[in-house]
Design a protein around this ligand. Structure first.
Ligand code: PEP
Ligand code: MN
Length: 342
């Protein structure tokens, strides 16, 4: 499947015939503005939603809308499958590409049942051009790699999609998979990775920085009216602005190991920052308790205990005691400020 960049574009969900055709038509129009632009149209027909009270997808009816996209706009179409029944219905409808979502990817029994169904439908897979698998919701590179091997048993071209964990990237997991399977195309899904349309353009830069093979992006003709993942979908025109940015970014070190490692460092710093903020919040709650019980913010004995224990970690991991002391002095200083100002 490796080769030219692959773009899989379309709404999170197929909501109505009109919404599907309008979105596909608008993305299709970009072909007259951008040289040599090809895409696969995506739309989820069966939606794995957190709450049972939200839109669950149009179901099989949506497959007919995707067939209409194939006929009218001459583009291949993709949808998500999560059960053997989905696979059979999608194959019967002549869907070109399937993808397995992050929740299903976390369960090898589900993945295997999809593989078995495809393998048992040999006659119907004539139209199927390939299958993509997203990373599992939990950051497990081995499980993702195992899923690739399972899917390869179908004999179909296989690609992977890094959608991160929750609304965070997980570069170390993606890096491990990239190093283990450089032969498998890896796409970026900045929409689910961020959960935020405003972050999609910035994340898309990672495609060329990390030498990825393309992206799956949620594009909707009217994002504010979307029935699922409303906050993260972008307009076709926003995608076309970004497309020129991505393709103009001719970086000589595209895909360089250093870029991957820097992405990992940025992600770890983000988490460090989140942890510091979460610690401040708990510290503020401690301040409320202390005030209510007439206890002074500074408790030297408790602070000594904290520092002693953290210094033991430093010793175990070969980090200078003085550096650890400085880190915790700074954190403690900020905590005391928070408690004193309440
Ligand atoms: C989707 O692509 O709409 C989707 C449900 O994604 P994920 O499996 O990454 O959450
Ligand atoms: Mn979605």
């Amino acid at each position: 499947m490796k080769g030219k960049s692959v773009y899989i574009l379309g709404p999170c969900s197929a909501e109505s015939r009109e919404q599907v055709l309008r979105t596909a038509g608008q993305i299709g129009d970009l072909r007259s503005q951008i040289d040599d632009f090809k895409f696969i149209f995506r739309a989820g027909v069966w939606k794995p939603r957190t709450s049972p009270h939200t839109f669950q997808g149009a179901g099989e009816e949506g497959l007919a809308w995707l067939q209409e996209v194939q006929r009218r706009y001459h583009v291949p179409v993709a949808t998500e499958v999560a059960t053997p029944e989905h696979v059979v219905a999608a194959l019967q409808a002549g869907i070109d590409y399937l993808w397995i979502g992050a929740r299903s990817s976390a369960n090898p029994i589900v993945v295997q049942s999809i593989v078995d169904t495809i393998s048992n439908c040999k006659l119907q897979i004539a139209n199927l051009k390939g299958i993509f698998i997203k990373n599992p919701v939990n950051a497990d590179a081995d499980l993702w790699l195992g899923n690739i091997e399972r899917l390869e048993k179908t004999g179909l071209p296989v690609g992977v999609i890094h959608r991160g964990c929750g609304h965070q990237p997980c570069w170390s997991m993606a890096h491990t998979v990239r190093l283990a399977r450089p032969d498998i195309p890896m796409l970026l899904d900045p929409s689910h990775m961020s959960g935020d349309a405003s972050q999609v353009p910035n994340l898309l830069r990672k495609v060329s920085e990390l030498g990825l093979d393309g992206a799956m992006i949620e594009v909707h003709c009217c994002p504010e009216e979307a029935l699922s993942d409303k906050k993260q979908q972008i307009l076709p025109s926003v995608f076309s602005d970004q497309y020129s940015v991505i393709s103009d970014q001719c970086s000589v070190i595209s895909g360089h190991e250093l870029n991957w490692l820097r992405a990992e460092i940025d992600e770890l710093d983000d988490r460090l920052w989140d942890t510091i903020l979460a610690r401040m919040e708990v510290s503020e709650r401690i301040g409320v308790w202390k005030r209510a019980h007439g206890v002074a913010p500074l408790q030297p004995e408790r602070y000594q205990q904290i520092v002693q224990q953290r210094l033991q970690w430093a010793q175990i991991h070969g980090i200078e005691a003085n550096s650890v002391q400085q880190i915790f002095d700074a954190i403690h200083h900020e905590s005391l400020k928070k408690q004193a100002y309440q």
